[in-house]
Design a binder for this molecule. Sequence first.
Ligand code: URA
Length: 236
Amino acid sequence: MRLAQILFSQGFGSRRQCAGLVDAGLVRVHDQVVTEPDAEFDPDGLVFEVEGRRWPYHAKALLLLHKPAGYECSRKPGRHPSVLSLLPAPLRQRGVQPVGRLDEDTTGVLLLTDDGALLHRLTSPRHHVAKVYEVRTRHALASDQLQRLLAGVVLDDDPKPVRAAAAEITGPHELRLTLTEGKYHQVKRMLAAVGNRVEALHRSAFGDWRLPDGLAPGQWCWLPQPAGQPAPTAPR
Ligand code: URA
């Protein structure tokens, strides 16, 4: 694949801008400056540098962001900045978008991808991808609340009950809840339906993916593409 084409596919601007980056001597491959935009490289496993920053080539991007509070998952955010503002420009340029949404005040695991098929697989209710939430509640948790969350509660927009796939009280005001659907404000509405209230919400797992050690709020990392694999259904 031509070097300018590789840069274009990775979000470094228009074809002309990508050729310009190479022409200007701003791109290194295998520790050597390459000034020929048409130079051919095998993109698989390629790591190149643009203006001193190392980039691994990914045909499709799959990222894990440690979402901090105070960011919206929308592309066109309202009152708070978008989670996309936490990513470098080439990733925004290539069109990565959040896999599902977390509320502005929710923290934790947020995947982002530019792979439409994967996005669909991970968000489709048919695939039942497990999402694990660590919930802090205003009122002390009672075991009957836990039983009702597991048995199913009716939310205001759908007569069909929604139930937690798993629920475990982890402290007087702490609950670990596993959901396989992704309804709007689902955790907050489920807790409200059993007479409690969410004070803080953190997603600790999405499918098999958890926060890697040391990934601070606001930081992100690449994930290997699970291409061809069935979507993971349960956290490790
Ligand atoms: N449920 C909620 O209420 N909020 C989130 O951000 C995620 C799940």
